[in-house]
Ligand binder design. Structure first.
Ligand code: IFM
Length: 762
């Protein structure tokens, strides 16, 4: 068993294990050990836990706005609730117990624990395991194995708990609970959006029993006699759906339940589904078990946060809780999509289709603020209308709310989506997608940018004023380099499509959205004259107008000494970083991560060296971006330092989950997705090159012996192995075809396998 830190262990690199029970870590452990499948996320709590232990099963497409301010996903009734009692002892983890071990088996999303409870006449051992089926998204399975070392009477209470943990007021109301012969079924409605949610419980093999209703729990009670050392096995299913998934949720539940042959069959089917996912996304790291398991942990969480069943957003906290409203940020395109783009492009397309479905919401937002085209929501739920509240933080010194402008000034979200469309098309050449969705989104984004720029006649240039870049500590800035370059790239690519894409398709889309010639001429003009901050005499690019005049505080952490209160907000309007060069997350490094060829290596290195010490890394998005860029720039040790930090953000998280009354727990889903990108696009230099070939340019940290990963090249799965000495690329298809890739800038062509000595990147 190897220790990863803070009580987390692994044995094979496929599981995380913890052998201490810490009630105060309920939020962090509940997130880390959760199970899920992109449709629902069930927190890693125990079957006997109630809402105070942050039990949660969050379901996609169940947004509700109960307090008139925060729209968030609903937590549904917990049909896995079960308790055991023996001779007056509750078998719960708050009671004395020994040999506790909890684990999450990442290979199949199986979460569980075991513990032995001392009771009057001996001991009782309890084993619990559960999983959200990746094969049947609406179904969860749970098994208990109870063994006593002496004959005893076991009291079991099992049913549905309707008392739910909600962040911003209660979402479900009107619980209607039915006792069917083999379990309970509950139906309820969301309070504002009026979505019907149905949850069904099925238990095997116990039947009959006595109904007990207490504290919002509808339970069946049995007394069974345990024989000495003869395990009792109890299985349970939880099936969930809503009126957004099925027209008749209740009958859909029964059908889904009937299709499950047994717990074992469900588990086996789930395992096969996971095998297929890992065959795409696994990254095998030889030489460092801790990095291995943490990489799989992050990849696992990226997978279970991603809706695979229909176009819906990836929430910034996935389905681990209600924080960040189960909604998409730019995180989705910039951090989560790359993993899919290179290993499962169909899923990347689905995420972009979600952006197409929300195009009307983006158009609406643009019109509302006096612009044209598509101004995408900073926080985007079902419809794409803005769900980011105006007031996010509170000034703890005055107790007054702060008006943040993420929803209005963080306009880079639109060109970020354009960036993702361009990358998707570049990798897949999926013309069908472009015809149906991509071109229209690109045109509407270009329209938005054209309506958002201001022309400065004296300077004969266009500018983007009053914006906010990724560095959220500087609101209301002009000519944020990241935003200007991203917008420029979006316009340039749009014009390229207009010129090179099939004219018939272009005209069709143009007619559809009434796109006039005068608009296209304007886009040309803006592309030619949009102000793009260039390196100054020292080679530095200014993050926004006037940035270099701000106070330079190095290292950035020095600035924290100025806090008057530990929970003060650092940014707008007068937080401690506002008049300094301290970044929350660095804009320039972010720009280099997306556009590695805009500047030469020396300029990027110089700017990295300037901005990194001025960066606080207080966004979970920051370390992975630095790791990726540093690796590409050949700064392997620096890259590995940030990689390690990013890798452990959730796995070793012991931060307070509630700060200043605000819940800040849950998985950092963008960072989970970025793990794949840090390794493949950073250390291994994977990209689609300028001449449309897949390119690899590896540098490995000395801590690793080798890395193996899988990627689709021209639609065919390849296995790529890189060690310090050699590189091999294996075509995994049944009938190998000719593959050409750019390896360390050299073009190589092979049919089934390529093998070479490695030359390292300078
Ligand atoms: O999108 C990010 C943002 O860049 C920093 N704050 C958190 C958001 C959600 O992850």
């Amino acid at each position: 068993m190897q220790s990863i830190g803070k009580g987390i262990l692994t044995q094979t690199g496929w599981e995380i294990i913890k052998n201490s029970y810490e009630a105060k870590q309920a939020i962090n452990d509940g997130s880390s050990f959760m199970t899920g499948n992109g449709y629902l996320g069930y927190r890693g709590t125990f079957a006997h836990d109630s809402s105070e232990a942050y039990v949660g099963c969050f379901v996609t497409d169940t947004w509700d706005n109960a307090d008139g301010k925060w729209e968030e996903l609903s937590n549904v009734p917990n049909a896995l609730f079960t308790t055991f009692h023996v001779e007056g002892h509750d078998l719960t983890l708050t009671q004395p117990h020994q040999d506790f071990e909890r684990s999450l088996d990442l290979s199949q999303g199986l979460t569980g624990y075991q513990a032995t409870f001392p009771v009057s006449a001996g001991t009782v051992t309890l084993k619990e395991e559960k999983f959200a089926s990746l094969a049947q998204h609406h179904v969860l399975g749970m098994r208990h194995v109870i063994t006593a070392d002496h004959p005893t009477v076991l009291v079991i209470e099992s049913g549905i708990d309707t008392v739910l943990w909600d962040l911003n007021q209660q979402h479900l109301r009107g619980f209607d609970v039915k006792d069917t012969a083999r379990g309970f079924e509950v139906q309820a409605q969301t309070s504002q959006s009026n979505i019907q949610v149905n949850v069904l419980e099925r238990r095997y093999p116990l039947e009959g029993g006595q109904v007990v209703v207490k504290e919002g729990k509808h339970l069946m009670r049995w007394e069974v006699t345990l024989k000495e050392n003869e395990p009792l096995i109890l299985d349970k299913l939880m099936v969930v759906t809503s009126s957004n998934d099925h027209e008749h949720p209740s009958s859909a539940l029964s059908q889904m339940e009937a299709s499950v042959e047994s717990y074992d069959a469900l588990k086996q089917e789930n395992k096969l589904a996971w095998d297929a996912y890992w065959a795409r996304f696994d990254i095998i790291i030889e030489g460092n078990l801790s990095d291995q398991v943490a990489t799989r942990f992050n990849t696992y969480h990226a997978i279970i946060a991603t809706p695979m069943h229909k176009p819906l957003p990836i929430g910034a906290r996935g389905l681990s809780c209600q924080a960040y409203q189960g909604a998409a940020f730019w995180d989705q395109e910039i951090y989560n999509t790359p993993m899919y783009l290179f290993s499962y492009p169909k899923q990347a397309r689905m995420l972009l289709e979600y952006r197409y479905q929300t195009l009307d919401g983006a158009r609406k937002k643009a019109r509302k603020h006096g612009y044209e085209g598509a101004f995408y929501a900073w926080i985007s739920g079902k419809t794409g209308e803005e769900i980011c509240p105006d007031f996010f933080f509170k000034d703890v010194l005055s107790d007054r709310p702060i008006r943040n402008h993420f929803n209005l000034w963080q306009i880079h979200i639109s060109p970020d989506i354009a960036y993702s469309i361009v990358r998707y098309y570049e990798v897949t050449q999926d013309e069908d997608f472009m015809r149906l969705y991509g071109l229209e989104m690109m045109f509407e984004i270009a329209r938005f940018i054209a309506s958002r720029v201001v022309f400065k006649p004296r300077l004969n240039r266009y500018e983007l004023t009053q914006v906010q870049g990724p560095d959220e500590y500087h609101e209301n800035v002009d000519n944020n380099a990241f935003t200007n370059y991203q917008s420029h790239a979006a316009l340039k690519e749009t014009l390229r499509y207009l010129e090179h894409f099939n004219p018939e398709d272009i005209n069709k889309v143009r007619q559809q959205i009434n796109l006039g010639d005068h608009e296209i001429s304007l886009w040309h003009d803006i592309t030619n004259k949009l102000y793009l901050p260039k390196p100054n005499q020292e080679g530095l690019i200014e993050q926004f107008d006037g940035f270099f005049n701000l106070e330079s505080v190095v290292p950035a952490h020095e600035v924290t000494k100025r806090l008057k209160h530990p929970e003060e907000y650092y940014g707008w309007p007068n937080g401690i970083t506002v008049f300094t060069q301290c970044n929350k997350q660095a804009d320039m490094v972010q720009l280099f991560s997306l556009h590695p060829s805009l500047f030469n290596r020396d300029t990027m290195r110089m700017n990295y060296a300037y901005y990194e010490p001025r960066t606080l890394h207080f966004s979970s998005l920051s370390p992975s971006t630095h790791a990726l860029v540093a690796a590409r720039l050949g700064m392997v040790e620096e890259a590995y330092r940030h990689f390690k930090k990013a890798l452990m953000i959730d796995l070793l998280n012991t931060n307070e989950a509630v700060s200043g009354g605000t819940f800040i727990g849950g998985m950092h889903t963008a960072n989970n997705g970025a793990t794949w990108a840090m390794i493949t696009q950073g250390f291994l230099g994977l990209k689609r090159s300028h001449n449309h070939l897949y390119a690899l340019n590896p540098v490995l940290p000395k801590e690793w012996k080798s890395v193996t990963f899988f990627t689709d090249i021209q639609g065919v799965r390849h296995k790529i192995y890189v060690s310090h000495e050699e590189i091999s690329i294996l075509n995994l298809s049944q009938s190998p075809m000719e593959t050409t890739i750019l390896l360390n800038e050299e073009t190589i062509t092979f049919r089934s396998q390529y093998q070479s000595q490695k030359q390292s990147r300078a």
